[in-house]
Design a protein around this ligand. Structure first.
Ligand code: SF4
Length: 264
């Protein structure tokens, strides 16, 4: 509103207030995903996602990069959410789907398939037929950042999209698996803002760490697991093995409860 009390025009996709204004007005995932994809609120990330698309890797030279924000992927009533940090420049930023088209995604989707949470072990493009069962994969930052490192300001600007996604998932959400320490640092404040009671000081990240967020007036109890990120660095060095990730996803899926598609 201006000083006369009249409402000004709503922020457009290129303004920093766009996510905060739009996200809370989305009544479902179709609308939310459509609005996320329009967003240009972070100039550095908009430039990077387009710059990357203009200089594709040799293997992808004949492909048209998505080069836009990457929305979450998976059913709207998922009791289990998997949260990374941000799409990869030549992965999600190329294919338009979270964790699709890079080594991290190959590892993650193979593990999800091994646990019965994905229809196939591979993810190559948006039209590959992959379905997730009871799982939604998303991130606190929806655009690929340089060096895979969004700034604190970019994380704050993008936060309303994830808050809105959690709001929509909340009625059925039971567990969250966070991939990597940066995702952990980014997610806990969002959970706090979204109405869960996140302890202070915030618990440290670690692989296998399980955090129980008690039920509040607005939210049911939520189990949050930390997992090493399935980055090439972690998987090639053996810091995160396939069995470690499968075991952790199986624990999280078991706690997500009956009714999880793909369960038993
Ligand atoms: S990172 Fe998030 S807030 Fe920034 S431009 Fe992308 S979608 Fe918009």
């Amino acid at each position: 509103m201006d000083e006369t009390g009249a409402a000004g025009p709503p922020p457009g996709p290129g303004e920093s207030g766009f996510p905060a204004y739009r996200a809370v007005r989305c009544s479902g995932f179709a609308e939310l995903d459509a609005q996320v994809v329009r967003c240009r609120a972070c100039p550095r990330l908009v430039a990077w996602r387009e710059e990357t698309a203009a200089h594709p890797r040799a293997a992808f030279r004949d492909q048209e990069y998505w080069a836009r924000p990457v929305p979450g992927f998976g059913p709207a009533d998922a009791p289990l959410a998997i949260v990374g940090l941000a799409p990869a420049a030549h992965g999600g930023n190329r294919t338009g789907r979270m964790f699709t088209g890079d080594a991290s995604g190959d590892f993650l989707f193979a593990a999800l398939h091994a646990v019965g949470l994905a229809s196939r072990p591979t993810a190559t493009d948006r039209d590959d037929g992959l379905e997730l069962y009871g799982v939604r994969v998303t991130a606190p930052v929806h655009c690929a950042p340089p060096e895979n490192r969004p700034t604190p300001a970019e994380r704050r600007t993008c936060r309303p999209w994830l808050s809105a996604e959690l709001e929509l998932l909340a009625p059925g959400l039971r567990t969250v698996v966070v991939l990597g320490a940066f995702g952990w640092q980014a997610l806990l404040p969002v959970l706090g803002e979204a109405g869960w009671a996140v302890p202070r000081p915030r618990p440290a990240f670690g692989h296998g760490v399980q955090l129980t967020l008690p039920a509040t007036a607005r939210r049911r109890e939520l189990q949050v697991f930390g997992s090493y990120h399935p980055s090439r660095r972690n998987t090639f060095t053996g810091r995160l093995t396939f069995d470690m990730l499968v075991e952790l996803l199986a624990r999280a899926a078991a706690l997500a409860g009956p009714g999880r598609p793909g369960a038993g």
